[in-house]
Design a protein around this ligand. Structure first.
Ligand code: SAM
Ligand code: SF4
Ligand code: SF4
Length: 348
């Protein structure tokens, strides 16, 4: 049921809106491009995302002004947290201009997820534009493992240089996302934990998910969160930390000796759909209410067709009110083969 009130931030008559399972709309992930300079084997396998792959054309992408306008409308519906993502968001030209526009929206927690390849060059400009914190994906410190996973021979040192540049620019906290795939990088779990422990960087392990339909996902490829924690715990004892808010994606653990914490995003083995307050906006302006959705809802058509803010707000509320997504809770051998949108398109 939606409750409506006047919201001063956008001038839109909107308000907090909840879905059929009582989940409010609180977070928005905005994909600014479907392109990427990596071909991570679990996300954009080369055989599919090759030379002939049809990425979105420039005019199909939402402009920065369109993204800003939609973001203001979403905040009037209760969105408090924005994550800019992709594809690789730092490939979008002049991204710092968009960051500046979003950073001026009052009361928003603004962050960005990147593969870190272009971060050394851009970290300071992003910080100056108003970015508060950042997440960098890094799947191994072993260069052979890392290059095999990004599949474009991108060296780990350059991502580490990006992380250092982010720290020097004052982006904090810095989170590091490590996707763990069985037989590929599980041996990197403990060395990564060891390397980032005590540095203030928050390392988070992600279970490999069956997003999209190109990565050939199999349950056997998933390294369960419990196993990841057990591996670290053997060498560096851990204890659980209470979640800091409802809907926190990562389950948190701290080192018993006080040297920091790690998180695990157990979307496969410990689904957290019941607290999922996230919407996703694709680079061409489609609204998705689940990472595993089969179809989006076109907001670009409304923007470019002259709809008012109130009309767009109404359309968003109408989509959210009927939302009943809980894919990870009902994942089974039957659901794995369903048509799904690609992670690089929808934004991780
Ligand atoms: N290119 C940026 C990056 O890699 O950080 C942002 C987009 S990427 C899609 C966002 C996150 O999604 C990354 O941390 C990546 O590890 C994660 N991801 C991609 N494919 C995944 C999969 N099949 N299962 C779980 N996480 C995945
Ligand atoms: Fe690119 Fe990120 Fe997907 Fe890797 S995970 S292919 S860096 S979008
Ligand atoms: Fe949210 Fe869908 Fe993931 Fe469940 S499967 S947590 S509803 S995005």
């Amino acid at each position: 049921m939606a409750q409506f009130c006047r919201d001063g931030r956008s001038g839109v008559t909107a308000g907090s809106v909840t879905d059929t399972l009582g989940r409010p709309l609180r977070d928005l992930r905005i994909s600014v491009t479907d392109r990427c300079n990596f071909r991570c084997v679990y996300c954009m396998p080369k055989e599919v995302f090759g030379r002939d792959y049809q990425f979105l054309e420039r005019e199909q992408l939402l402009t920065f002004e369109e993204i800003e306008r939609l973001t203001r409308i979403f905040t009037a519906h209760g969105v408090e947290k924005i994550r800019v993502t992709g594809g690789e968001p730092l490939l979008r030209r002049n991204l710092e201009r968009l960051i500046g526009m979003l950073a001026r929206i009052p009361g928003l927690d603004l962050t960005l997820t990147t593969n870190g390849s272009l971060l050394a060059k851009q970290a300071q400009a992003l910080k100056d534009a108003g970015l508060q914190r950042i997440t960098v994906s890094l799947d191994s410190l072993d260069n052979d493992v890392f290059t095999a996973m990004n599949d474009v021979d991108f060296p780990v040192d350059r991502v580490l240089a990006g992380i250092e540049a982010a720290a020097a620019a004052g982006l904090a906290p810095i989170k590091i996302n490590m996707l763990v795939k069985r037989g590929v990088n599980e041996r990197s779990v403990v060395p990564m934990a060891r390397a980032f422990r005590g540095t203030g960087r928050i390392l988070r392990f992600i279970e490999y998910m069956d997003v999209g339909h190109t990565n050939g996902w199999r349950m056997d490829d998933v390294v369960p969160a419990a196993e990841i924690i057990a591996r670290i715990n053997t060498e560096m004892p851990l204890e659980p930390v209470e979640p800091s808010y409802r809907g926190e994606v990562a389950t948190r653990w701290r080192y018993r000796d006080g040297s920091g914490e790690v998180g695990v995003i157990a979307s496969v083995t410990q689904a957290f759909c019941r607290d999922c307050t996230r919407a996703r906006l694709s680079a061409e302006g489609s609204l998705y209410t689940c990472l595993f959705a089969t179809k989006g809802h076109d907001l670009r058509g409304l923007l470019r067709g002259g709809a008012s803010d109130a009309e767009i707000a109404g359309a968003i509320a109408a989509v959210w009110r009927v939302r009943d997504d809980r894919y990870s809770e009902i994942r089974s051998s039957e659901t794995v083969g369903l048509p799904k949108v690609e992670m690089s398109y929808i934004g991780g």
